[in-house]
Design a protein around this ligand. Structure first.
Ligand code: S3P
Length: 450
């Protein structure tokens, strides 16, 4: 929901060893898509392991507003009785997507080819984020969008009365843009084609196929060409949501930088379009292993074991790996402070338009904790302090950004002095059990400026 309550300042004190098992929540990307695709399917879709974070709960509320019956069955199990492709009803009130860029962008795509009008809003962070990247391709289908300057929220989308299929080359590597176009293509006749130069997370492609849509992917000189045949009848599914690698990143990285730690993070989705952080950490010399590798529901899954790694070295992170670890650069920049030498992270311009400007937010906060960080428009370099580690002692701004807030709390676990943030409230958007889970492992998180 739009806006947050009273800020929750939080301090992370240097922790003893972190030990035990970290059962992180379900994948955020797959959770949003499960609800939206379930809502576009006639019949009952059952979802287990849904992430019950605020972002996804906002999407559940939105799907109800568009006419689907969405029921929380308890214990992470949910049921969605959908309305079918093209069956969305016109919402009676404004759709508030809170902090969720994925939620609002995918939902705009899903409704843009139905003859209904909807107005979208979000919190202060979401209302600053660019929506032109979504409304540009959606208007090609025949939809109309009127927002604030720069196409920002609040924004009203008038769905196309007679949608036409679209061929669209995504101008930036973005799974949200790709997915919005594919979801809009569901209710357009004929074939909608999306071409991406760099592969981004492919959950939409996998799940659309799983729900019975005809979708092909061809690797060509032009890029990755995704062709969707419109107006399919989607079939209800039983979905088991794998646990989120982007959430696993926090206990994994905390263990690597906190002396004596040994943490097991089971059942993590390791789709190659998401696993770039773990590859990078292993290249840095992290003691991180995959155990019990297997496949669940078409997605590769493993248990991750992370141990304290005092001998990591800084590396050059290949820019073409960025889409597969785009949400993990903030916490990687924390780990980089504990490595020997410089970690250079080029090709990360997209970080500037996430829930916050993540390059700036991390650079400012890490400097306040005693690190040396250089930034350019599309890169960040962290000068590692090696065995000495991060001094800490800083107060950092979370900028309404869950991943920035959690990254600084991880920094405090391995640092010499406590690290404070102004507001831990946004953590609930993606990782509502972060505080008890990390505390159980041995972290010392205090809700005050203590
Ligand atoms: C997401 C795509 C990524 C990512 C976001 C989730 C998705 O954003 O940062 O957290 O579920 O499609 P972009 O599509 O903007 O790269």
């Amino acid at each position: 929901m739009s806006g947050h309550g009273t800020p929750i300042p939080m301090t992370s004190r240097p922790a003893g060893p972190l030990n035990g098992t970290a059962d992180v929540p379900g994948d955020k990307s797959i959770s949003h898509r499960s609800l939206i695709l379930g809502a576009l399917t006639v019949g009952e879709t059952r979802i287990s392991g849904l992430l019950e974070g605020e972002d996804v709960l906002d999407t559940a509320r939105a799907m109800r507003a568009f006419g689907a019956e969405v029921t929380d069955l308890g214990g992470g199990d949910w049921s969605v009785h959908g309305v079918g492709v093209g069956g969305f009803a016109e919402p009676e009130t404004v759709i508030d997507c809170g902090n969720a860029g994925t939620g609002v962008r995918l939902i705009m795509g899903a409704m843009a080819t139905s003859p209904i009008t909807a107005t979208f809003t979000g919190d202060a962070s979401l209302c600053k984020r660019p929506m032109g990247r979504i409304t540009d391709p959606l208007t090609l289908f025949g939809a109309q969008a009127v927002g604030r300057s720069g196409g920002r929220l609040p924004l009203t989308m008038v769905g196309a009365e007679a949608p036409v299929p679209v061929r669209y080359v995504t101008p930036m590597p973005s799974a949200q843009v790709k997915s919005a176009v594919l979801l809009a293509g569901l209710n357009a006749p004929g074939q909608t084609v999306v071409i991406e130069q760099e592969a981004t997370r492919d959950h939409s492609e996998r799940m659309l196929r799983g729900f019975g849509a005809e979708l092909t992917v061809d690797e060509t000189e032009e890029g990755r060409v995704i062709t969707l045949t419109g107006q399919p009848e989607l079939m209800p599914q039983d979905i088991v949501v794998p646990r989120d690698p982007s959430s696993a990143a926090f206990p994994v990285c905390a263990a690597l930088i906190t002396e004596g730690s040994d943490v097991l993070v089971p059942n993590i989705g390791l789709n190659p379009t998401r696993a770039g952080l773990f590859t990078t950490l292993i290249e840095m010399g992290a003691d991180l292993t995959y155990e019990n590798e297997r496949e669940t529901g078409g997605e590769p899954v493993a248990d991750l074991r992370a141990k304290f790694s005092p001998a990591m070295t800084g590396i050059e992170v290949p820019p073409d790996r960025a889409p597969s670890m785009i949400d993990e650069y903030p916490v990687l920049s924390v780990v980089a402070c504990f490595a020997e030498g410089v970690t250079h992270m080029p090709g990360i311009k997209e970080l500037r338009v996430k829930e916050s400007d993540r390059i700036d937010a991390m650079a400012q906060g890490l400097r306040a904790c005693g690190a040396t960080v250089d930034e350019t428009e599309d890169s960040m370099s962290v000068h590692g302090l090696g065995q000495k580690g991060l001094p800490g002692g800083g107060t950092c701004q979370a900028h309404l950004d869950h991943r920035i807030a959690m990254s600084f709390m991880v920094a405090g676990m391995g640092a010499q002095k406590p690290v404070k943030i102004d507001d831990a409230g946004p953590i609930a958007t993606s990782f509502p059990i972060f505080e008890p889970l990390m505390t159980r492992l041995g972290a010392q998180l205090v809700r005050s400026n203590a």
